[in-house]
Design a protein around this ligand. Sequence first.
Ligand code: AMP
Ligand code: ZN
Length: 456
Amino acid sequence: MVEISLHNTLTRRREVFAPLDPEDVRMYVCGPTVYDRAHLGNGRPVVVFDTLFRLLRHVYGLDHVTYVRNFTDVDDKINARAQAEGVPIGRITEETIAWYHADMDALGALRPTAEPRATEHIGSMIAMIGSLIARGHAYEAEGHVLFDVRSFAEYGRLSGRSVDDMIAGARVEVAPYKRDPMDFVLWKPSTSDLPGWDSPWGRGRPGWHIECSAMSFELLGASFDIHGGGIDLQFPHHENEIAQSCCAHPEGSFARYWLHNEMLQVEGKKMSKSLGNFFTVRDLLEQGWPGEVIRFVYLGTHYGKPMDWTAEKAEQARATLSRWRTLTRGVTAAAEPAPELLAALGDDLNTAGAIAVLHGLATAGDAAGLKASAALMGLLEDKHDWTQREVGAEVSARIDALLLERAAARKARDFARADALRDGFQRAGLIVRDTPQGAEWEAGPDFDPAEILRLE
Ligand code: AMP
Ligand code: ZN
C-alpha cells in the first residue's frame, strides 16, 4: 500500500497517515461563504484537497472515502448583499452555489461526498450549543450565547498561543456581555429583518464557527481523520471548532490531522481590488484560460508554501498541457499510475514533485503512463479536453496549405512572408508546433476559423 505522510499543523510534525477506519476515511474541509464568485485564492484549497481526495480514493478505494465540504449560507456578508440588491437571501445563496459548482467543476475538482448547507443544520447547532451550556463551556448573556475559552485548557493549541498572548496580540471585539475578551459567539439575536431561527435563547442565528463543528459531527462523527482549509482559518476559526467539538463531544478526538494551505498571491502581490490584481476563477476562464491550466498552476507549488499566480506560469502550463494532450490523444491510460507519482503525492502531497514525474513520463514517450498518472491529479481527463476543437474540412485543408506555404517561404528565406503567416495563425488562435516531423497544429481555446479563411 502507498504510504501517505502529512504535515500535521496540530502537532507541527510530519506524520504517517493511518485512518481510524480504512473502510471509511473521513475528511472535512471548510467551504465558501456564498455571497460572491470564488476568487483565485479560494480555488487553491479546492484543488489541493481535491488532489488529496483523489489520492485517498486511489489508496483506500473509491467508495471508502467520505469528503465533506460545507456551504456557509448564513452570514452577515450575505445579508448585506441581499439588502443592498433588494433580493431575498435565498436567491443570493442559490445563485452563488451554482456559480461555485460551475467554476470548481471547470478546475477539474470532484464534487465532495456531501456539501451540507449551514441553514439545513440549524437544529444540530442549537443542540450542540445547548450541550456546551449544560457542560459548563458556554453561557448566555443578553440574547447571545458565548463560548467560555477559559473552560477549555487546550484552547490555543492549534495556533500555538496561550489565551493571554492572544488577548495581548489580537484586535478582539470587546463586548460588555463577554466574560473574557476571547470568548466567541455561538448564537446571536436577529432582528426581524434578518434571517433567524427560534431557539431556547430567543430568535437568532448561529455564529460562524459552530456550523463546522455541528455538521462534521453529524456527517463524520465525533472523531474523524483529516480537517483542512486555508491557513487564514487556523485562528480563530479552527481553534474555535476544536474547542466546540472537543467540549461538546469529549468522547471523541475531533480531527486528528490538520492540513492548511498557504495563501495565493498574484504577480508577487496580495490580491486586492484596489491594486487591480483581483481575479475570480470565472474572470480567468472568460479570459480563455482553461480550468485545467489554472489547476496545473496551483499544483506547481506545494500547498504548504505561499504561491504566486503569474501570467508566465499560466502560459507555460498551457504549452505543457497542450503538448501532453497531443501525446496522449486516443491513448488508453495504463492500469496504474506510475509508482513514483504515488510516492511523490504520498510525500505530504508533493504536487510539484508529481508534476516532475509527469514530465519524465512525457519525455520518455510513455503516453499510457502519463495519462494514468495525470488522471490521478485530475489532469488530461477527456471530459476537460480544451485542445480538441471541431475544425471543419475546409478550414483544416486551408491550414495545411498555409503551413506548406510557410515552409516554402522559409526555404526561400522569405522571412517576411513566413512571419506574416505566423502572426495570422496567432490571431486565429491556432497553436502551431514545429517538430522534426514537420509542423503540427491544434485549435486553441479561442480558435477563430474565420480568421484563417481571411489569411491571404
Ligand atoms: P472564505 O469564503 O473567505 O471563507 O474562503 C474559502 C476558502 O478559501 C478558505 O479555505 C480560505 O482559507 C481560502 N482562501 C481565501 N483566500 C485565499 C488565498 N488568497 N489563497 C488561498 N486560499 C485562500
Ligand atoms: Zn470550518
